[in-house]
Ligand binder design. Structure first.
Ligand code: PDD
Length: 287
C-alpha cells in the first residue's frame, strides 16, 4: 500500500506531496507541529495534543480557521487510509506561503501537512526491562522552547551527539540544571519523590509528562516540579524519560555513569505498568 500524506485538505501519495518552496516553515521555521501516538488505530491523548497545538498557534499569531471536529476527522481519515494500526501521526502547520520577508505576510493561508509512519510500540514495552543510556549536552536552543516549533536545530545536534555516543537521548543542560531531553522530558526519583523540571519557557510541556504526573499522583506518589542538577541526577535512586514516542523509559546511565544499581528501578517499573495500562484503557492496545 503506498504511503499517503495530507496537504491542505488533500490526501495524496507521500512521494508526490509537497509544499511551495516559499513556505515560511522552510524559510523561517515559522511553523508548529505535533507528534501523536496511534495505537490500535486510536489516537492517544488527542485532545491534549490539539489543545497544545492551538496554544502554540496562538503564541505565534498563526491564523488557522479549521475547527477541532473537522480536523480530527481529517487526521483519522489519513490514519485509516494508510492502514497502519500502530503509527505516529505528524502534524505541521506553518504561517503559509509568501514572498520572503521576516515580518508576517499580509494575507497568507496556513499550510497544513500531516504524515503517518508505522511505529512498533512493543519495543518500548521491552525497553522497560532494559532501560536506556543518556548523555548530556549544552542547551543551545532559543528561549521559548515551550512553543513546539519546527526550529529544532539545537535538538537535532544534541540527538546526533547522543546517537554518535551510542546513547538513546541527550539531556540538555543549562549550567548545572537538567532541563529536558532533545525530544523527551527528563525525570529523576530520590527518596521516593519524583522530580521533573517545571513547565514555563525552558522546557516543552510534554503530553506524556502531564499524563505521568496524573498517574503518579493517582498512585499517591509525590511529584516535585522543580529544577534538578546533573549531580542530583547522577546520585538519584532512579531516572527515566517520557515522550509520545517513548511513553516511559528507564534511564540507567548518564554520561557513562550507572544510576544506582544500573538497572531499571522499582518505582519506574511500577509507573511503566501504569502508563501502559492507561494506553490500554484509552486505545485497547496491548503489547
Ligand atoms: N518530541 N521535549 C521535547 C524537546 C520534545 O521535542 C518532546 C516531544 C517532548 C515530549 O513531549 P510529548 O510528551 O508531548 O511527546 C519533550 C516529539 C515526540 C518529537 O519531536 O518527535
Amino acid at each position: 500500500m503506498p504511503q499517503l500524506a495530507y496537504v491542505n485538505g488533500r490526501i495524496q501519495p507521500l512521494a508526490d506531496a509537497s509544499l511551495h518552496v516559499e513556505d515560511r516553515g522552510t524559510q523561517f521555521a515559522d511553523a508548529v507541529y505535533e507528534v501523536c501516538a496511534v495505537l490500535a488505530g486510536r489516537i492517544l491523548d488527542w485532545q491534549p495534543h490539539l489543545d497544545r497545538l492551538r496554544r502554540n498557534l496562538a503564541e505565534l499569531s498563526i491564523d488557522w480557521p479549521m475547527a477541532d471536529g473537522p480536523f480530527g476527522l481529517q487526521a483519522r481519515r489519513l490514519i485509516a487510509a494508510n492502514g497502519h494500526e500502530d503509527c505516529l501521526l505528524y502534524i505541521q502547520i506553518s504561517r503559509g506561503t509568501a514572498r520572503r520577508d521576516h515580518a508576517f505576510p499580509g494575507a497568507a493561508a496556513a499550510n497544513v501537512v500531516m504524515t503517518v509512519r508505522r511505529f512498533d510500540f512493543r519495543q518500548r514495552v521491552a525497553q522497560l526491562a532494559s532501560g536506556v543510556a543518556v548523555i548530556t549536552q549544552p542547551d543551545t536552543r532559543w528561549r521559548r522552547v515551550d512553543i513546539k516549533t519546527t526550529g529544532l536545530l539545537g535538538n537535532v545536534l544534541a540527538k546526533q551527539a547522543a546517537r554518535a555516543a551510542g546513547a538513546f537521548e541527550a539531556w540538555l543542560l543549562h549550567g548545572e540544571t537538567v532541563r529536558e531531553g532533545s525530544s523527551t522530558n527528563a525525570w529523576i526519583i530520590k527518596d521516593g519523590r519524583i522530580i521533573t523540571h517545571p513547565t514555563g519557557t525552558e522546557i516543552l510541556p510534554g503530553i506524556a509528562r502531564n499524563s505521568l504526573i496524573n498517574l503518579a499522583q493517582a498512585a499517591q506518589l509525590v511529584v516535585e516540579e522543580r529544577p534538578f542538577t546533573l549531580a542530583e541526577a547522577k546520585a538519584a535512586d532512579e531516572a527515566f524519560l517520557t515522550s509520545t514516542t517513548a511513553p516511559i523509559l528507564p534511564v540507567i546511565r548518564i554520561d557513562g555513569q550507572a544510576i544506582a544499581s544500573g538497572r531499571p528501578g522499582p518505582i519506574t517499573t511500577r509507573l511503566g505498568e501504569q502508563v501502559w495500562a492507561e494506553v490500554a484503557r484509552q486505545t485497547g492496545w496491548r503489547a
